[in-house]
Design a protein around this ligand. Structure first.
Ligand SMILES: [Zn+2]
Length: 346
């Protein structure tokens, strides 16, 4: 089958398109013919590699995907060939105390499809049955591929970790990112007042269309913290900051928070090491909360809301699988608003 894979870690030059063996189906898995796959920053981190990441080579990238069931394992009874499906990319052992307690993303063996296992940038992929949902007719295969990773991440950050309540101020960095465009919609659904930053007039409009109450162009207003503090929140500060940017935005995030505020991080796209004046943390009694992916229940909860049409995946651009390098370069530049997809067998 055709796939986007690499044999050696490194930059995008190491990413190739070519023929690889079709994956072997296990009894608890489905074989899916990929319609669309979505890009995530994780793709490039995996391609670059990190100490201890020992992958089976060649390794196929890709965490999000939608498609049509082609074959089912011997244990499967809830799906049939021809079903249209999307996937939860979070894979766990299913047997440990965390998994049995429904906290799959705390499992010691937790990983993301495309990280330790082959991913979705291929004509076919396999996936455990418990990680699959049927897509209702109201959702296109394109939107289905764009939804899971970002929506389940944003849902856990907003609902489980930050416990956002109505009328709270929620600040979201970089509205154009996949997690951020999901977070804006979820925060509005929870009744929050949403403040978002982005980098152009066009993206400001797109963030407002998703429901953001206040949108700031951070390129024109570099130090926006005073403005948010005084003008928007009436010298209160914000209740919650959602940050996947890391180093570049962390000091502003901490400054923006009001007493008892919650900082929630799910990533560090500009770098992982930050300056923290610990006095702000104890004096304002802040909570610094980490969040990664979601458990199976959170995945199902947020996907049901997507299926009901109350929140919508935002697709920026679709590239054919053959242009995976161009697509990854495009994502890296950061000019998109929403998800970048690959079409495989649409
Ligand atoms: Zn486990």
């Amino acid at each position: 089958m055709k796939a986007a894979y690499f044999k050696n870690h490194g930059g995008l030059d190491n990413l190739q398109i070519g023929e690889v063996e079709q994956p072997q189906l296990k009894s608890n898995e489905l074989l899916v013919e990929t319609a669309y796959a979505a890009l995530n920053h994780l793709d490039l981190f995996v391609l670059e590699g990190w100490p201890g990441l020992n992958l089976h080579i060649p390794h196929i990238l890709g965490s999000d995907g939608s498609g049509v069931v082609k074959e089912i394992g011997g244990e499967i009874d809830a799906f049939k060939v021809g079903d249209k499906v999307l996937i939860n990319p979070g894979i766990s052992c299913g047997k440990c105390n965390y998994c049995l307690a429904g906290q799959q993303n705390l499992c010691a063996d937790f990983s993301i499809k495309g990280e330790y296992f082959d991913g979705t940038f291929a004509e076919f992929f396999t996936i455990p049955e418990k990680n699959v949902l049927k897509i209702p007719d109201s959702i296109s295969l394109k939107d289905a591929a764009a939804a899971p990773l970002t929506f389940l991440t944003a849902w856990r950050m907003m609902v489980t970790r930050a416990e956002v309540r109505p009328e709270e101020y929620v600040f979201i960095h970089g509205a154009g990112g996949g997690v951020s465009s999901a977070a804006i919609q979820i925060a509005k659904m929870l009744g929050a007042i949403v403040i978002a930053t982005t980098s152009s007039e066009e993206k400001m409009k797109a963030a407002q269309d998703l429901g953001a109450d206040h949108v700031i162009n951070y390129k024109e207003r570099n130090d926006f913290t005073d403005y948010v503090y005084k003008e928007i929140t009436g010298k209160k500060g914000v209740d919650v900051v959602i940050d996947s940017v890391g180093k570049q935005t962390f000091p502003k995030s901490i400054k923006l928070l009001r007493p008892n505020g919650r900082f929630v991080t799910c990533g560090a796209t500009t770098g992982p090491h930050v300056d923290l004046d610990i006095r702000h943390v104890f004096w304002k009694q802040l909570q610094i909360l980490g969040s990664t992916m979601s458990n199976q229940k959170e995945f199902r909860d947020v996907m049901n809301i997507v299926f009901e049409g109350k929140i919508h995946p935002v697709v920026d651009k679709v590239f054919p699988l053959d242009q995976v390098k161009e697509a990854e370069k495009y994502l890296k530049k950061g000019n998109q608003f929403g998800k970048v997809l690959l079409s495989v067998n649409p």
